[in-house]
Design a protein around this ligand. Sequence first.
Ligand code: NGQ
Ligand code: ZN
Length: 462
Amino acid sequence: MPLDPAPLYFRTALLAEGWARHVRIETHGGLVARIETGVPPAPGDEVHAIALPGLPNLHSHAFQRGMAGLAERRGAGDDSFWTWREVMYRFLDRLGPEDMQGIAALAYMEMLETGFTRVGEFHYLHHAPDGRPYADPAEMAAAIAAAAAETGIALTLLPVFYAHSGFGGLPPGEGQRRFICDLDQFARLREGCRTVLAALPDTVLGVAPHSLRAVTSGELAQLLELAMDGPVHIHIAEQTREVEDCLAWSGQRPVQYLLDRADVDDRWCAVHATHLTTEECVRLAASGAVAGLCPITEANLGDGLFPAPAFLAAGGRFGIGSDSNVLIDPSEELRLLEYGQRLHARRRNILADADHTGNGAGNRTSSGATLFGAALAGGARALGVAAGIGQGRAADIVSLDANHPSLIGRTEDGLLDGWIFAAGRGGIDCVWRRGRRVVSRGRHQAREAIAARYAGMISRLL
Ligand code: NGQ
Ligand code: ZN
């Protein structure tokens, strides 16, 4: 095992129990071995100002980073999620395993640079461009794992089961040929994923029925047997047309349909869950499932606005995901989550939890602290790990630049407000994964090589 890095010392740190001052963190084998608070730095400690726990990114399709900005031209008719999907299908048509690794490495590097330290990769690009399985069914999953290894990001892999093109088990379309498995093939693919993950630290393997459009309720029941106690992620109720189609086919809305047929509990992540009635908000919240919100992508795709006040009032939990990776930045996801609600309600500080009792005197209803705390807890839950900086956990830490104009003079929860609402990615200084520094002054240590490889690859692809 490599030598443990020097202990980290922070003037202030957001630990699992809350804010603490003068914090010394020793790591051993990548895990937090000891935390002391209220102590001076020891000789040889690496001293920094402000520590936050790294955030989980609960929903990513890494390959879509390669088409960021390419679907922003108006077509002949009305552009929509469905026309974007056509562009996306054409883009993925050409990608091989090396392309997947190169694009995913860029995306994962950007995640680390902006404060995400774990990614939930919702992976469905399984087969070769002609639709035939690779000799190794986990070939593309291996490319994803290689990108995670290169960048250092922690990986929760969510291999996707995809079998149909619409409600009621409709046959898949030509553009979906690279995604399609039967249940036996999927079980082998998932075993291949397990093997691939064995070489990486801190991995989690889940299962992802793509959506109620792509999976029948019979298939869903069999997939859940594979999942055991691991995470279960599904896209749900993202588009109004999806809700209408589900109603026309079953007489029920997607979330109603799911909650009536599957044992949805706190292993589940309901990705998007944009279109919910108040009753569905209450039932989904009560199930313990995490709502997987992806505000940047949901805005980009014109999905609609998640009914956050009703869902949170019912005790619902959420995390954030970068989904299409059109822009990667957790501070911006959280800011947009709050701003969407403000624009709609014409009020301010909508999601700030009135009961939030952070130590920041006078900051008891900080929007930043509520958003960050919820996304940390919900994201970790959805990705199958413990949340926050604590003994025995991976030392996944983000430091803020105390000299950034929007952070100077702020303390505790005020730092989260300053970062999320004002500084954004410019506020990030360093990022450690398993105690090893992978980002310094906002730049990943392998940025040059990863960006250069990507540049060569993407110009060939386009
Ligand atoms: C996906 N993305 O699987 O990449 C989907 C689009 C679909 C989002 N839903 C495809 N944002 O849902 O059919
Ligand atoms: Zn998605």
